[in-house]
Design a protein around this ligand. Structure first.
Ligand code: C2G
Length: 130
């Protein structure tokens, strides 16, 4: 069984997130998603609209996702890859190269980001509609 892992905030879940998870799952048989906790988002300087519990529930409900784990820090990836026996690590290519150090532990694949959509863009659109 080929196991795939990816990580992210997945705030205001949108089509770009869906396509990333869809393509990540297509690379293997089992997809684990590390959803960033609210505390870790503060470390990432990322303002979230939805709290972790809601973001994790939404990701867990996506048909391509087999398991959701909390992402609490930058450093957990290597131990996650070993703990969950991961074959492939996947991220959108806005992270191109940033996780190449994981190549010692599993395959690393960066997937094309979906253009024109982002959680921050959605927030801006809603603000401007007011
Ligand atoms: N993504 C995408 N297309 C978009 C927006 C996002 O493919 N239009 C991808 C990102 O590249 C990422 C995933 O969807 O792989 C989740 O995006 P974010 O929630 O923005 O994740 P991020 O804040 O980049 O956190 O340790 C890794 C970090 O937790 C990644």
């Amino acid at each position: 069984m080929i196991k795939v892992i990816t990580y992210g905030t997945f705030d205001l879940f949108h089509y770009g997130h869906l396509r990333l998870l869809q393509r990540a799952k297509a690379l293997g048989d089992y997809l684990i998603v590390g959803v960033s906790t609210d505390e870790f988002n503060a470390v990432k300087n990322k303002q979230c609209t939805y709290p972790y519990i809601e973001r994790a529930e939404i990701v867990k409900a996506i048909r391509y996702v087999d398991e959701v784990i909390p992402e609490t820090c930058w450093e957990q990836k290597i131990s996650d890859i070993q703990k969950y026996d991961i074959d492939i690590f996947v991220m959108g290519n806005d992270w191109e190269g940033k996780f190449d150090f994981l190549k010692d532990y599993c395959r690393v694949i960066y997937l094309e980001r979906t253009p024109e959509i982002s959680s921050s863009g959605i927030k801006t659109m809603i603000r401007e509609e007011k």
